[in-house]
Design a protein around this ligand. Structure first.
Ligand code: DX5
Ligand code: ZN
Length: 220
């Protein structure tokens, strides 16, 4: 069976204290740190880029699960690889013409490729990327419109997760947006195993407890 990965989204952290926030999440039981990279073009918000990943890498050995909400992901492969990124998840909406080259470069540079889809994108669009000769290793199903933390979970996205899990029993399926103790059971029973959670973890009085609740729901 697929292993649970709990990935606090650092978008909800205090960016002025990123290293200590990251360290805290690892101590609280996080498996991965989810890093939201935005370009102010693919989404109407701007966050961090390779420079910040490089700085954070000097302070942590954690798996940095980078989610690229950018229009030109090819431009980020080299800088992010040098910066020490672990996972590189790009959006299918922008990479239809060149995803094979992109996946190839991500792997060549030692990162783990994943593909993300927005709520309005049909799940069929990622099938070729999972089934290709040189496949992605994770599918990220967005459960909010990308761009901001703290939005409401879209339960209708669980149909996509169910279809993916049925087709690909051992695939890593990540959900991102509005996940927390009140929505995790929907995601876990649909078959998601990688759980991104920003505001529900960082906003909690006891983040470690939230991380453990998320893990237990997935591992049931
Ligand atoms: C949204 C980002 C998410 C976001 C999730 O564009 O991709 O990773 O940080 O935040 P919450 O868990 O608060 O919805
Ligand atoms: Zn994200």
């Amino acid at each position: 069976a697929v292993k649970a990965k709990i990935a606090p989204s650092m978008l909800s952290s205090d960016f002025a204290n990123l290293a200590s926030e990251a360290d805290k999440m690892v101590r609280f039981g996080a498996d991965w740190l989810h890093m939201d990279i935005m370009d102010g073009h693919f989404v109407p918000n701007l966050t961090i880029g390779a420079t910040v990943i490089e700085s954070l890498r000097k302070h942590t050995k954690a798996y940095l699960d980078c989610h690229l909400m950018v229009t030109n992901p090819l431009d980020y492969v080299e800088p992010l690889a040098k910066a020490g990124a672990s996972g590189f998840t790009f959006h299918v909406e922008v990479a239809k013409e060149y995803w094979q080259e992109l996946v190839d470069r991500i792997k060549t540079r030692g990162m783990r490729p994943g593909v993300a889809l927005k709520p309005g994108t049909p799940v069929e669009e990622v099938y070729p990327l999972v089934e290709g000769e040189n496949p992605v290793e994770m599918v990220l199903v967005m459960t909010v419109e990308p761009g901001f933390g703290g939005q409401k979970f879209m339960p209708e996205m669980m149909d996509k997760v169910r279809l993916l899990r049925k087709k690909y029993p051992s695939l890593d399926i990540e959900v991102d947006g509005g996940l927390g103790p009140s929505t995790i059971d929907m995601a876990a029973s649909a078959g998601a195993n990688c759980i991104v959670a920003g505001s529900s973890v960082f906003g909690a009085a006891e983040p470690a407890q939230v991380i453990s609740i998320l893990r237990k729901s997935v591992e049931v």
